[in-house]
Design a protein around this ligand. Structure first.
Ligand SMILES: [Zn+2]
Ligand SMILES: [Zn+2]
Length: 378
């Protein structure tokens, strides 16, 4: 049986780090998980393929074996994922499982149903202010999640009672049927109906969870938002996701950050853009102005003859870099305000100024005059 290359399956290079492998697996597993793709019959096979590749590559010993010998290191048909150790003897039915990837007519969920399984990851969307993104923040969030029932500790059975082993499937949670066909012997594996695939029958269900072993709970969780996060940043909080099944660990909680737009500041990566309005005399004469920043007020010297749109930089007044330390800059873009209302005195002064400017203009024709001439207007 030919197998696809495990590195190819996960879309990673041969020298991928354990972290890369885990990341690639998480991404693909989420994409192809049968629960997410109930209508896509190929998703399950892809999911199995990804899981198999991950099982091998995430284990340094198995990975080394695979690198050296390929999937033949794990016997014909590729490495069989499951609780059995590498090299253990596989029973008769399992050899068929190996060839047929878990058996016809069964689902991977059915197969894993009576084994411990990690809980699902949870997502929480958190909106923060730009100030919080810059300084970091501690936030309490409230979420509804599934937890292991505290009364029965997840067994589903009323305290003092015990679940009994299902006598239909003998506790395996699966029903196997061996059939003779033209192609030879085939094994059909399906979840046991009597116990719902769990292998156990609960005779006295827990009064709190009604036998499900889990309860929905509202929880307050403290999230520490590090300085420098941006919209799209994710904060992972281990083990704060949904409860696992049958003693499996809980999933993780992912907090997705959205930074709200700010009234005055625009963020561009680690830099902040701020527009500073100047009077036209400040722009012409130069000035010392005070500019707000996310780290308090800062002084900025405007040189004389500053044009509208000119940019100045306040070093280190931007957003902290998330990983490498240090901060971005604040850029100040100047706008020049033209007065709309003038007192008689101001008008007089400006007219006087205008006459001197006109005189200069005749000596040195301005760009605008040249434009006017070019378009033939007066
Ligand atoms: Zn319970
Ligand atoms: Zn059963």
């Amino acid at each position: 049986m030919s197998e696809r290359d495990y590195y190819e399956v996960l879309g990673i290079s041969r020298d991928a780090s354990p972290d890369d492998i885990k990341k690639a697996y998480r991404k693909l597993a989420r994409k192809y998980h049968p629960d997410v793709n109930p209508d896509d019959p190929t998703a399950e096979d892809k999911f199995k393929e990804v899981k198999q590749a991950y099982d091998v590559l995430s284990d340094p010993q198995k990975r080394a074996g695979y690198d050296q010998f390929g999937s033949s290191a794990f016997g014909e048909g590729g490495y069989q994922s499951g609780p059995r150790g590498f090299g253990d003897f596989a029973g008769f039915g399992d050899i068929f499982d190996m060839f047929f990837g878990g058996g016809f007519g069964s689902t991977s969920a059915g197969r894993a149903r009576n084994q411990p399984r990690q809980g699902s990851d949870l997502r929480y969307d958190l909106r923060i202010t730009l100030e919080e993104a810059v300084s970091g923040a501690g936030r309490d969030i409230e979420l509804l999640r599934t937890e292991t029932c505290p009364r029965c500790k997840g067994t589903g059975a009323e305290p003092g009672t015990h679940p009994t082993t299902c006598n239909v499937c003998g506790g395996t949670g699966q029903i196997k049927q061996v059939r003779q066909t033209a192609l030879g012997q085939m094994v059909n594996v399906a979840p046991c109906n009597a116990c719902g695939g769990t292998g156990q029958i609960i005779t006295s269900p827990c009064s709190t969870c009604k036998g499900r072993g889990k309860v929905r709970r509202k929880r307050r969780i403290q999230v520490s938002v590090p300085p420098g996060v941006d919209t799209g940043s994710q904060i992972r909080i281990s083990n704060e996701g949904e409860a696992g099944d049958r003693g499996g660990p809980p999933g993780d909680l992912y907090v997705y950050i959205t930074v709200k737009p700010h009234r005055y500041f625009t963020r561009q990566g680690a830099n902040i853009l701020y527009e500073a309005p100047l009077t036209f005399t400040q722009a012409a004469l130069g000035a010392e102005i005070e500019v707000p920043t996310l780290h308090g007020k800062a002084k900025l010297t405007i040189p004389q003859g500053t044009q509208p749109g000119a940019r100045f930089r306040l070093r280190g007044k931007g957003v902290p870099h998330l990983r490498r330390g240090g901060r971005g800059d604040q850029h100040v873009r100047v706008t020049v305000q033209v007065p709309t209302r003038l007192t008689a005195k101001q008008r007089e002064l400006l007219q006087e100024l205008d006459e001197t400017l006109q005189k200069e203009k005749t000596e040195e024709r301005s760009f605008f005059e040249k434009m006017r001439d070019a378009f033939g207007a007066n």
